[in-house]
Every structure is written in C-alpha cells, then in structure tokens.
Write a protein that binds this ligand. Structure first.
Ligand code: IMP
Length: 429
C-alpha cells in the first residue's frame, strides 16, 4: 500500500492544512515526525474550525494519530490542545492516539531560554515562535533531555534533572536569571505525568503492526524545507530536519515507508521570522499579495513577509527532499495581477547562479533574476479542473513545473476541500 509524506517545500505556511486534511481522511494512520507546537494547522470540517499545533491532523476525524520520537513534546501544550479539541466534540483516547515514549519533552526552562536569547539578540534575533523548540532539541542531542518514558520513573529522575538543570543554570546566569527550581520542576512533571503516559508507547511497534495489516500511513511534516536545520537558511531555521527523510528517523519506520513525497508549494512565497528572502517585496504588490492571501501566522499571529515565486528555491527543496510531485496552493491569490513574476536564477557578485548558496551572507546578498509573464483577470477560485482555469494561469503552473523540474500532482484553488485540481492521486500506487 502506498504511503504519503507531506512536507512544506518553502518556509512553511504553504497551506499544508487543507491538503493534509484531505489526505488524512483517506489514511489509516497520520504521523507527526518532527517539530513541536511551533506548527499551526487550521482545519475546517463542515461548520467547525479546528486549530492544531501539536496533534496530527487525523485526530479530528478519529484516524489513528501518532506523535513520533522526532517531535519535541510540551506536555502542558498537549493537555491544553487535547482539552480544547475534546471541548469541540473530538474523541481522543489510547485507541486513536499514541505518543512515542522516547519523545523528548519541552520544559518551562526551554521556553525561558528561547525567550531570553531572542530578547538579548535584539535585531539579530531568529524570530522563533518562542515555544522552546530550539533549546529542547539542543538538550536532546546533548543527551540530557527528559523524555516521555522518564515520566513513568520519576522516583529515579533526580540525577537527570540535576544534570539538565546544571547546564541551564550556567546559561541562565549569563542572563542574570536565578537557577532552575528543581523541586518545582519535579512537582510539575509529577502532576502532568499520568496525563501523558496514558498515550505513551513504543510507537515504532504500533506502526509496524498497522503497516503489516496494510494500513496507509500519512506522514505529516511541519514547517518547510527552507527551515531545515541542515538544508535551510541557517541560522534562520528551526531546530529539526524538516526534509522528507526525517519521516523515517522521526517515527521508527525505515526509509522505504516514506512513499510518495508530496511537496506543498505556495504559488508565491512567504516567510515569518528573520533571515534571507531573495524575492521579498516591500512594495504595494507585496502588500496586495499579503492581504489577498491573509498572510498572518496561525501560531503567533505575526504578519508574514511576502514575495514572488522563487523557482530556484523550490527546485532545490524538491531535489533535497526527493519530492515526487507538488501540490500548488493559493493560486487564486494571484488573480487580478496584470503581470506575474517568477525568479529563475540569482546574481551574486556579477555571477549568475542556479541555486541558493550555503553561506548566510551570500544567501542575503543574492539578487533575483525574474521572468515576467502575463497575469489573468478571471477568478481561479474554486476551479476543479484545468478547463476552469484561464489560459495564462495554466501557463504559469506549467512554467513552474518546468522550472522546478518536478511534476504538479494537485492544484488547490481555495481553502475548501473540494476546490482542487487533481492530476495524480498521491495515495495511488
Ligand atoms: P522555532 O521553530 O520556534 O525555533 O522558530 C525558528 C524559525 O522557524 C522562525 O523563523 C519561525 O518563524 C519559523 N517557524 C517555526 N515554525 C513555523 C511554522 O509552522 N511555519 C512557519 N514558520 C515557522
């Protein structure tokens, strides 16, 4: 049976929510494999709007939903999100929801450190979501994290807490902050432990079992490839690997389970937070795109930066992530523009480049080379087939496909689930 891995192929916020929701309704299991509650997915099902940050999108339809070991888990954010969804009538139990017991925890001290660093960095800040994501991943690879399984052994946790807190005390001292209150932290963990543990298990085993039974698995990526800690616009990135390859390591299934890699690509470009953005528009065109596209962050409410489509970046992210096909979203936002531009290359120190270099200063210095195409005055909103699209819009999509060297599998033409032009069903073998 085919599996599907969905990833953002730009800087996140490509409109994964709608596509993931559509795919989740046909999957037998949905797995989050990286990131944490820094992600934001809005799902509209019938009359109800659900806002998810940490839980996999399958949860609202009762599909088995799994938080893999690659995620960093804030237990208090988890509880708040579950309670909110239960208040909306969603049923969540150990039958339809599981958390990897080897998942590292995000603790209050991680949130503190994230905030302290960002405040101290002033203009040089990364513009994080302030959820403690980076510090939690640092402690994971530093081998001092408290993990979900430790919640079942709090009587033995003192040496781990001491090691973790000693590390944080030194960092906090640099910001004139008092040492971590060990007893307070332990008490908080003791209070939340049972809530988390009711869902905890070795999820690799559960996944092995459902795979054996022929389940279709949907791996739900968060953020986007340009925020990947290795391949993104470092250091203005998140702290996890957002590429498709981490679906395997972050869930406990082998690489062949990844299946069809669906890259979600917005018909223009946006990013939140700081960092290079070659096609960024600071003019009224950017403002118009931002307003038409309602470009405000789901998690932080921050206004997103906006620019023209950058084919250089998407060609690169599709290659890095082995994207099988893309879902092009929000094309209707471009309706009514007399002309539209696509970035086809960069100029750096008089040289033409066909990729984004790794060095941060070079990334900030590249100048986009644009190709201009006629726009379209007709509405593309709600189109369900190619025949519903104006010729200029079809040409735009075809040109994107050519430049990124990756086929279009879907075109999304509104937030509604049915407003989609399906070229190739990712779940079909
Ligand atoms: P962090 O993940 O909170 O550490 O933030 C690091 C960078 O990733 C910042 O630029 C954030 O704005 C960005 N980021 C994190 N999560 C998302 C997301 O879900 N969508 C878009 N950007 C994100």
């Amino acid at each position: 049976m085919a599996n599907v891995t969905v990833i953002g192929a730009q800087w996140g916020d490509e409109g994964k929510g709608k596509i993931v929701d559509w795919l989740a309704s046909r999957a037998d299991a949905v797995v989050r494999f990286q990131g944490g509650h820094n992600a934001g997915h809005t799902l509209v099902v019938g009359e109800t709007t659900y806002k998810l940050s940490l839980l996999p999108s399958g949860i609202v339809t009762g599909t088995l939903s799994i938080i893999g070991n690659g995620v960093v888990l804030d237990p208090w954010a988890l509880k708040a999100e579950i309670e909110k969804l239960e208040g909306q009538g969603v049923v969540i139990n150990d039958d339809n929801f599981a958390i990897a017991d080897n998942c590292p925890l995000i603790l209050p001290l991680h949130r503190d450190l994230d905030g302290l660093r960002e405040t101290a960095a002033g203009k040089g800040k990364i513009g994080t979501t302030g959820r403690g994501i980076g510090p939690a991943y640092e402690d994971k690879v530093g081998r001092r994290a408290i993990r979900v399984c430790d919640l079942a052994h709090l009587d033995q946790v003192d040496p781990q807490i001491e090691r973790l807190c000693a590390h944080h005390d030194a960092l906090r001292a640099g910001f004139d902050q008092p040492p971590v209150d060990r007893e307070g932290l332990k008490a908080e963990l003791a209070e939340i432990a049972d809530f988390v543990l009711q869902y905890a298990q070795p999820v690799w085993k559960r996944l092995k079992k459902v795979r054996k039974a022929g389940a279709r698995v949907l791996f739900e990526g968060a953020q986007g490839v340009l925020l990947d800690v290795d391949h993104g616009t470092y250091p203005f990135v998140t702290s996890s690997n957002t590429v498709s390859g981490s679906a395997s390591a972050g869930s406990g299934l082998g690489p062949s389970a990844t299946g069809f890699v669906l890259g979600i690509v917005k018909a223009y470009t946006t990013r939140v937070g700081s960092g290079p953005f070659p096609t960024e528009l600071d003019d009224e065109v950017g403002q118009r795109l931002g307003e038409r596209g309602h470009e405000f962050g789901t998690v932080t409410g921050r206004q997103r930066r906006v620019g023209w489509f950058d084919a250089v970046l998407v060609r690169q992210t599709c290659a890095i992530s082995g994207v099988t096909g893309i879902a092009l979203t929000k094309i209707d936002v471009l309706d009514g523009f007399e002309t539209v531009k696509i970035c086809t290359g960069y100029r750096l120190n008089g040289k033409v480049m066909d990729y984004l270099p790794s060095h941060a200063a070079s990334q900030a210095a590249v100048e986009p080379i644009y190709e201009e195409m006629p726009g379209w005055s007709e509405s593309t909103a709600g189109a369900k087939s190619w025949a519903d699209l104006p010729a200029a819009a079809i040409k735009y999509v075809q040109r994107i496909q050519e430049l990124i060297e990756t086929p279009v599998a879907l075109v999304s033409t509104s937030p509604e689930r049915d407003d989609t032009i399906l070229v190739r069903d990712p779940f079909e073998d």
